[in-house]
Design a protein around this ligand. Structure first.
Ligand SMILES: [Ca+2]
Ligand SMILES: [Ca+2]
Ligand SMILES: [Ca+2]
Length: 206
């Protein structure tokens, strides 16, 4: 894919503001200053003003898909366990394949409800060496004592689903990838796992 610099995006934004481009090009749905049409070129999400969740919006962020890990690396042990998948997703309710996405299954082992869950994950492309990193508080998620829940990152907007960047290298690259996924809950130490995605782009369900 063609490389794009922040300067190019700045020029695009300037050209748009000077009405040198058609009106539709100026549409900025998430209001971050990067026009919708420019977001895929930058690898950011047109529906999220801060794609990587680091607090800096996509226009101001020098590395808009490369958040630092803000999860505290401390806390009580044994709050939860989790597994994850990034391909071959399946909906047990409908018994049908669904599009590849990051999906966690989190089991509460704390003996109390888990709150303020936070996720930090990185994607490394084995072909290009490019990497992305996302910090994502799982707002509103409470996992009751003894409960196991599924956490899905996708574009569905359904309850229990959190938004994922549709223009990430997960979606745009066909190379094999390595994911590191760290999950934390209030008061409990984070747990990190790694998993690989085989060569081939993220697949859409039929
Ligand atoms: Ca925007
Ligand atoms: Ca954006
Ligand atoms: Ca950001």
């Amino acid at each position: 894919m063609k490389k794009i610099s922040k300067l190019t995006v700045a020029a695009f934004v300037l050209a748009t503001s000077l009405h040198a481009l058609p009106a539709y090009a100026a549409t900025d749905t998430d209001g971050d200053g990067v026009p919708d049409k420019a977001e895929p070129v930058l690898g950011t999400d047109a529906m999220n003003p801060d794609t990587d969740g680091d607090g800096a919006n996509d226009l101001a962020d020098k590395a808009p898909v490369n958040a630092d890990n803000s999860i505290a690396q401390s806390g009580k042990p044994n709050g939860f366990t989790f597994t994850a998948k990034v391909e071959d997703n399946f909906d047990p309710a409908t018994k049908k394949d669904v599009s590849d996405h990051l999906e966690l299954e989190v089991k509460n082992t704390a003996g109390e409800d888990l709150k303020s869950l936070k996720l930090f994950y990185t994607i490394n492309d084995s072909g290009t060496g490019k990497s992305e990193a996302y910090y994502k508080p799982l707002k509103g998620l409470v996992i009751k004592k003894g409960e196991t829940v599924a956490v899905n990152l996708d574009e569905s907007g359904s309850p229990g689903h959190f938004r994922e960047n549709p223009n990430s290298i997960y979606r745009t690259s066909q190379n094999a990838k390595l994911f590191t996924i760290q999950l934390a809950a209030e008061g409990y130490a984070p747990v990190q796992i790694e998993l690989k995605k085989d060569k081939g782009g993220a697949e859409q369900a039929d």
